[in-house]
Design a protein around this ligand. Structure first.
Ligand SMILES: Cc1ncc(COP(=O)(O)O)c(C=O)c1O
Length: 400
């Protein structure tokens, strides 16, 4: 009998963390490395939010709280869903966890039985398949294409649904592609979902506030209220409020699901950090004007990166609607050799050689389920992005 659980063999260590580790090793060895792998804003948490946390500590808000969130935060989330998404939830239809990641775990642990399928459009956020696998479910991948802007077509969704489908994961704007669905594109999907009443929708709206060029974000249950009774609307403060380290994620959904999720959380972490919860109240209820200001900075960086990458030989980079990632194709570089003689047979070869020969760390598309692509996070300084793109241009120009 082995010591480690069989379930561990089903999952992979995070490829994004593996790239970051390799980049750090090369940096420690003296190489000048630019890291474009991290999925977090480079901005700091706003001062009013930090102050709310300090005030909470000074008030003695340092004890256990209700398992899935203090009433004040649940109310702030109810208000947020109403204000920004026209979604109506009661406080007992809200759950708060230690990051969106824990909320996802709770939802799948609470609902997945062996044989249950979860539809995941590719490219996908690296954690979805592994969370599904750890919770005993079966991920079903549906590939999208560069031509469709990495958006799932209604036909492909319809085809993927079986009697065993329990969940459909929807993520717009997407990590890693930055693709977002407009009203019409989303309506085409919700129409399909309305025809399959046994499928639940997990919509991951984490990048809701990071959209550009006047794009209007819309969430599935907002667009199709008929889905609200089987939709979990997931969000959090990590990306919009630059609060990745505070670990607060939340969701709204039907009471029976929310209650089941709280039961699981009560036997794992109990409440998310009391101090972080008070900071999240201020994030959601305090001034919001810095969000569009920061989004403008991200848009300028996106435009810079897309333009410079499209000048690199063999790279084709579409312009995404949101998030802080681009997902260019490196198909034009596959089958070539680097100046140091490395053959590029896959996107993994491409990113490994790019890191070793030019000191630019990006993540290969295979990690996100769609090749041959790579992901660049542009949540870093304009100077670093310019230099990284210059190096990518030089690297591609040197391929033979
Ligand atoms: C698409 C997506 N969903 C959820 C998360 C989880 O965020 P957190 O656990 O920080 O709330 C991330 C973080 O990278 C993400 O990219």
């Amino acid at each position: 009998m082995g010591f480690l659980a069989d379930s561990l063999a089903r999952v992979q260590p995070s490829p994004t963390i593996a790239v970051t580790t390799k980049a750090r090793e090369l940096k420690d060895a003296g190489l000048d490395v630019i890291g474009l792998g991290a999925g977090e804003p480079d901005f700091d948490t706003p001062d009013n939010i930090k102050q709310a946390a300090i005030d909470a500590i000074n008030r003695g808000e340092t004890k256990y709280t209700a398992v899935d969130g203090i009433p004040q935060l649940k109310q702030a989330i109810v208000n947020k869903f109403k204000r920004e998404n026209d979604l109506t939830y009661a406080t007992d239809e809200i759950t708060v966890g230690t990051g969106g990641k824990q909320v996802l775990f709770n939802a799948f642990l609470a609902t997945l039985n062996p044989g249950d399928e979860v539809i995941i459009p590719a490219p996908y956020w690296v954690s979805y398949p592994d969370i599904v696998l750890l919770c005993g479910g079966t991920p079903v991948f549906v590939e999208t294409t560069l031509e469709s802007g990495f958006r799932l077509t209604p036909e492909a969704l319809d085809k993927a649904i079986t009697p065993n489908t329990k969940w459909f994961i929807f993520n717009s704007p997407s990590n890693p592609s930055g693709a977002a669905y407009g009203r019409e594109e989303l309506k085409a999907l919700t129409d399909v979902l309305m025809r399959h009443g046994h499928v639940w929708v997990l919509t991951d709206d984490m990048y809701e506030h990071l959209t550009y060029d006047g794009f209007t974000f819309v969430s599935p249950a907002e667009l199709e209220p008929g889905l609200a009774g089987r939709t979990l609307t997931l969000n959090g403060v990590s990306k919009a409020y630059a609060m990745t380290g505070w670990r607060i994620g939340y969701a709204g959904g039907p009471k029976k699901l929310i209650k089941a999720m709280a039961k699981i959380q009560s036997q794992s972490t109990s409440n998310p950090s009391s101090v972080s919860q008070w900071a999240a109240v201020e994030a959601l209820e305090g001034p919001q004007d810095f969000i569009p200001e920061r989004a403008k900075v991200f848009r300028d960086r996106r435009d810079l990166v897309v333009s410079m990458l499209n000048q690199a030989k063999g790279i084709n980079c579409p312009t995404p609607e949101g998030a802080f990632y681009v997902y260019p194709s490196c198909a034009g570089c596959i089958g070539k050799k680097t100046p140091k003689g490395t053959a590029l047979r896959s996107d993994e070869d491409f990113v490994t050689a790019l890191l070793e020969e030019e000191g630019v760390a990006v993540v290969h598309g295979e990690a996100f389920g769609l090749s041959p692509f790579f992901r660049i996070s542009y949540a870093t300084s304009t100077e670093a992005l310019e230099e990284a793109c210059r190096r990518i241009q030089r690297f591609c120009a040197g391929l033979t």
